[in-house]
Write a protein that binds this ligand. Structure first.
Ligand SMILES: Cc1cc2nc3c(=O)[nH]c(=O)nc-3n(C[C@H](O)[C@H](O)[C@H](O)COP(=O)(O)OP(=O)(O)OC[C@H]3O[C@@H](n4cnc5c(N)ncnc54)[C@H](O)[C@@H]3O)c2cc1C
Length: 596
């Protein structure tokens, strides 16, 4: 179970698809030179492959354990976390004012892919901390920022996200945790469930971001406020002081990500945990959404990462497992299974979808940088609209594909895939949480059709369709039948996405439940079409470079072939989602509740 960061494809996606050079010249990113970026990618690749990946299997087998109120992480985790902190890896994209390195989110996203691919159980602590930093950075007071951000950015302290309660999952308006004002702070009480890294032994303090209700708050989402509730209250000198009134009462037993402690947290058993209000009362959920946007991109990247890991493992197995004769040869000897057409079809399916996801994931991350740093505010706002539209697609499409690809990885292993020692099964088990947490994929699709597509009458999505058509136009001038096949696929994708978008806009107005019944197929169609667009752009670059005899020809030819496979094999069935998407609403309410 090894992992090698796919640096060649990462660099290609960063530079040729996401436009790294355009990002690196934005004000504040001048230090993100080509050399620095290359060095970061190289070093991160080494740490992921040599440090994190070897701990993945043991982390799965041993898992995190709760002993006398203390969560012991899996073997080797605390030591490698220390290495992370000392190496400054936590601080990559954050504000230099608080000790961050101020690198583009685009670069941090590629690095994030490596951590998550190498060891998702470990990578989660980084992901949650990143989201918590983001929330405090955007909404905390100056004093809160000064107290918490330097420690969290360095990674000496880690952050959590305490939203879920037994009766409040997708519907956070139901949450009951309470916060009562007590002088300069609040006393927080209540139970939270499923809290990732809610307790652990890797950092000296844990900063919980907790959603709770003040006594006179209105019911529903408008009554929710956000609090910083640290495990140890920071003393005057900033070091962890008195233990706060909160604890992890149990750990969940899970299908996967065993190394990541999923905690039931109890706040205020002895009178109330000290909590500090972030921003204003009643605005907690909107603040959390800042953090969730960031976290949703990261969870999408987890889907890409687990897919890459499963692909690498399946490809290595296919090259070495010998079984059956070669269909195309009279030779009597058996060959490795990578010779067989169906195994190749599976590997190509994995590879093409991974490259499409990487292209779309990095493109979205580049948008985050553009929206943050673009000097022209109106242009920045437009980029942000595009990012907001893409985030639910990245979260849900990538994580569904992560599952499908991990499952294909098991299939390529045959019976050995079902046996735990091989490791292919762990990827599938680990992948299964991704469509569920950080807002289920059903909730992402709801967000996409309602808040994103319908809100602006489809304008942002149709602007993307126009860009797809522009790429198709550009391709007309490029030579080769690969390009022509890819262009034909892209044209069909643009037509289908335009048609589907107009249908969504109209259905949300006319019959909301129809749009909602078709929302998941719509999201799938949108993701597959946009991924196809960015693969077409990649193919165009590859074709141009090949013509100029520039770059590695084997890599560029593989890019073309992979994009063609995507256009001819992956796109057509995904575009056929348009039918089910329009008709689902007619039948889903035809049965009574009792009939299910
Ligand atoms: C391993 C793990 C780690 C987690 N980490 C954290 C964490 O760190 N912090 C935290 O706060 N939470 C965390 N969670 C909780 C996670 O975010 C929730 O499980 C998730 O949001 C779904 O909520 P739920 O489980 O209550 O499901 P429910 O909300 O009960 O949903 C059940 C089903 O109904 C569907 N559904 C619900 N409402 C709608 C609707 N309006 N329209 C269409 N479909 C709908 C859902 O899509 C889903 O299929 C974690 C969960 C797990 C399992």
């Amino acid at each position: 179970m090894t992992y090698t960061a796919p640096l060649a494809d990462m660099r290609f996606a960063l530079r040729e698809v996401a436009g790294l050079s355009g990002v690196a010249v934005l004000p504040g990113y001048e230090h993100a030179t080509d050399d620095t970026i290359d060095a970061v990618l190289e070093e991160a690749g080494k740490l992921a492959g040599n440090g994190l990946a070897p701990l993945n299997r043991e982390g799965d087998k041993v898992g995190a354990k709760l002993e006398n109120g203390v969560v012991r992480t899996a073997p080797g985790f605390a030591a490698i976390y220390k290495e992370f902190v000392e190496g400054g890896w936590n601080s990559l994209p954050f504000d230099p004012e608080f000790g961050g390195q101020g690198m583009p989110w685009l670069l941090a996203t590629a690095v994030q892919e490596m951590w998550q691919a190498a060891n998702m159980g470990f990578g989660l602590v980084l992901l949650l901390n990143q989201g918590a930093i983001d929330a405090i950075h955007h909404h905390g007071s100056d004093e809160q920022k000064a107290t918490y951000l330097p420690k969290m950015i360095s990674g000496e302290w880690t952050g959590t996200m305490n939203l879920t309660e037994p009766q409040a999952g997708s519907d956070l308006g139901q949450l009951k945790s309470r916060a009562v004002k007590n002088g300069d702070h609040y006393l927080v009480s209540g139970q939270k469930i499923f809290i990732t890294y809610g307790e652990h032994d890797m950092a000296e303090n844990i900063v919980h971001l907790v959603l709770a209700r003040t006594p006179d708050a209105p019911a529903g989402v408008r009554g929710i406020s956000l609090f910083i509730v640290p495990k140890y209250l920071p003393g005057a000198d900033g070091t962890p002081g008195k233990r706060n009134d909160l604890r992890c009462v149990s750990l969940e037993h899970k299908l996967g990500i065993h190394a990541s402690p999923t905690c039931v947290m109890s706040f205020g058993d002895d009178g109330g945990a000290v909590g500090y209000l972030v921003g204003e009362e009643g605005r907690g959920l909107s603040y959390m959404f800042t953090m969730m946007n960031n976290a949703r991109l990261s969870v999408g990247i987890q889907g890409l990462a687990i897919a890459e890991r499963a692909y690498q493992q399946a490809a290595a197995f296919a090259r070495t497992r010998v079984q059956s004769k070669d269909d195309g040869s009279a030779a009597p000897a058996s060959v490795s299974i990578v010779h067989h057409a169906d195994v190749r079809r599976m590997l190509m399916t994995m590879r093409a979808q991974i490259e499409a996801m990487r292209a779309l994931g990095y493109y979205t991350a580049a948008g985050i940088d553009g929206a943050l740093k673009q000097p022209d505010k109106a242009a920045g706002r437009k980029i942000q609209d595009r990012v907001d539209l893409l985030i639910p697609i990245v979260k849900a499409w990538f994580t569904d594909l992560g599952n499908e690809i991990a499952s294909t990885g098991v299939q390529i292993h045959g019976g050995m895939g079902f046996i735990e020692e091989t490791g292919a099964a762990q990827h599938l088990r680990d992948a299964r949480i991704l469509p569920i947490y950080e807002g289920t994929n059903g909730i992402q699709a709801r967000d996409l059709v309602g808040r994103k597509v319908a809100k602006d009458g489809g304008e942002t999505m149709l602007a993307l369709v126009a860009e797809m058509r522009a790429t198709a136009e550009e391709m007309k001038a490029a030579p080769g039948d690969d390009i022509e096949a890819i262009r034909t696929g892209l044209q069909a994708a643009a037509d289908a996405l335009e048609d589907a978008t107009k249908w969504v806009v109209q259905s949300v107005k006319a019959e909301l439940v129809n749009a909602l019944a078709g929302s998941v197929p719509f999201l799938r169609l949108a993701g597959t079409a946009l991924g196809g667009w960015l693969l077409a752009r990649s193919a165009l670059v590859a074709q141009t470079w090949l013509g100029q005899r520039d770059g590695d020809p084997a890599f560029l030819e593989a890019k073309l072939v992979t994009a063609r496979f995507y256009a001819e094999v992956i796109l057509p069935p995904a575009l056929a989602q348009l039918g089910p998407l329009k008709s689902a609403g007619r039948t889903v309410f035809a049965l009574s509740e009792e009939q299910f």
